[in-house]
Design a protein around this ligand. Structure first.
Ligand code: NAD
Length: 434
């Protein structure tokens, strides 16, 4: 089947490469020409484990190609996926649908009759029907169907998530679309991965409700962590004990500096705003969003209180700035709130991140970037763990503490424990909820 994917970002690119690997002929279209040029040469503009090998394999077999020209790419395509960004509209908290609507306009101009338009971008309740109206307005002659196929992949394990999903959710209006989508996902269908067909509205809601629920788990454990600190409990034990209950599960119960990334912050906010347009007040989601903002301030105070000297005299070595490990994505990372505040209060910041420097050097211009952890530690006054990259779990703590002027550790991901850190010569250790 010939498939066009509009948008070659984290979702569009991974989906396009995986569809090609399923055996389809894929063209990924993006307005960013540089990205298209790089991708055509097998150069990946993002960091996603395993993606380079899979792209190279499918480029070689000519099942995938890249273009900045939708008009030429969409000729003969039976299916077009929209995988462009839906960022938060500044100030309103709503999803900005500008890119989705623009992609739909372009499809309406160039697509052939009977095309199936599938939305992979995360879009609020009611958007797919609005999109169909939008397309009809631009080209009343075009015969098309529309489907909603929200994506659940996680950056850092995107290929595995796409190839072995917990579920594929598809919102449809008609049987023809169902048959085409079964064909697209046939390799998954044959291996019994659940593919759930539902209405457009339910598919849209499943995506937002899932992300909001996961964000709720994180904010919940972060609040419990604060209680644990005051009451002398250990949030890691509490989370483990809770997670052993199958009804609760142990995932997304890691206390830390709050959720970030390209999805949870904007999706919780967009869900809250879109519910308002249906006269529904999602009070739990509102609390989750507020709690997530509050936890960052709590972390900043924790860092300030842990410091052996005043922040104006401090050099802090930050381990990790991406919003989570195994990605270079910095969108809404807690580091983008915490580091500027520490700089504002006078601290000098050195940073080590295995993949974060490219984006981070633009977003965090006042920090010093280092490649070597021990070199960066010389004469520093605190090591602050913000992202739990594996590289940071096996540090020679004795060597680190010996190099520091004030060996203090603030571990906002709870990857070490107090005894271990003190035995290695540190004189202070702070973590979350312990
Ligand atoms: P992204 O910003 O990484 O990529 C979007 C791409 O679309 C960019 O390369 C941009 O140049 C391109 N684009 C914009 N308008 C275009 C147009 N008219 N024609 C062609 N290309 C165009 O975004 P992303 O992280 O891949 O997210 C895409 C969607 O998927 C969002 O709605 C997001 O919420 C959702 N989603 C993201 C993730 C994730 O982990 N990143 C997971 C699940 C769902």
């Amino acid at each position: 089947m010939k498939i066009v994917v509009i948008g070659a970002g984290y979702v569009g690119l991974v989906s396009g490469v995986c569809f090609a690997d399923f055996g389809h002929n894929v063209i990924c279209v993006d307005v960013n020409r540089e990205k298209i040029k790089d991708l055509s040469n097998g150069i990946i503009p993002i960091y996603e484990p395993g993606l380079d090998e899979l792209l190279a394999k499918n480029l070689q077999s000519k099942r995938i190609c890249f273009s900045d020209n939708l008009k030429e790419s969409i000729i003969d395509a039976q299916v077009v996926f929209i995988a462009v960004g839906t960022p938060e509209r500044r100030g309103s908290g709503e999803a900005d649908l500008e890119y989705v609507m623009k992609a739909a306009e372009e499809i309406s101009k160039f697509a052939q009759n009977n095309i199936l338009i599938i939305t992979k971008s995360t879009v609020p309740l009611g958007t797919n029907r609005k999109l169909a109206e939008h397309i009809k307005k631009f080209n009343p002659e075009l015969k098309f169907d529309i489907a909603s196929n929200p994506e659940f992949l996680r950056e850092g394990s995107a290929i595995e998530d796409f190839q072995k999903p917990d579920r594929v959710i598809v919102g449809i209006d008609d049987d023809r679309s169902k048959n085409i989508i079964q064909e697209i996902y046939k390799p998954l269908f044959l291996r019994d991965f659940p593919i759930m067909f539902t209405s457009l509205e339910s598919a849209e809601t499943i995506k937002y409700a899932s992300n909001a629920f996961l964000a709720t788990k994180i904010s919940f454990i972060n609040e419990i962590a604060e209680l644990c600190e005051k009451a002398g409990a250990d949030v890691k034990d509490v989370a483990k004990g809770m997670g052993l209950d199958n009804r609760i599960g142990n995932k997304f119960l890691h206390a830390g500096p709050g959720y970030g990334g390209s999805c949870f912050p904007k999706d919780t906010s967009a869900l809250y705003q879109s519910a308002k347009s249906f006269d529904v007040e999602l009070s739990i989601i509102k609390t989750v969003i507020d709690a997530n903002n509050k936890v960052k301030s709590r972390m900043i105070e924790k860092i300030v209180n842990a410091s052996a000297i005043s922040l104006e005299e401090s050099t802090i070595l930050v381990l990790g700035v991406t919003f989570k490990p195994n990605t270079d994505d910095m969108r809404e990372a807690p580091s983008l709130v915490i580091i500027p505040e520490l700089i504002k209060r006078g601290a000098k910041i050195r940073v080590i991140d295995p993949q974060g420097e490219k984006e981070g050097s633009v977003l965090l211009p006042k920090v010093e970037w280092h490649d070597d952890l021990y070199h960066a530690a010389v004469n520093s006054d605190m090591v602050l763990i913000l992202t739990e990259w594996n590289e940071f779990r096996a540090v020679d703590l004795r060597k680190l503490s010996d190099l520091m002027a004030n060996p203090i550790m603030v571990d906002l991901r709870n990857i070490y424990n107090k005894d271990q850190v003190f035995m290695a010569g540190f004189t202070g250790y702070e973590s979350v909820g312990r």
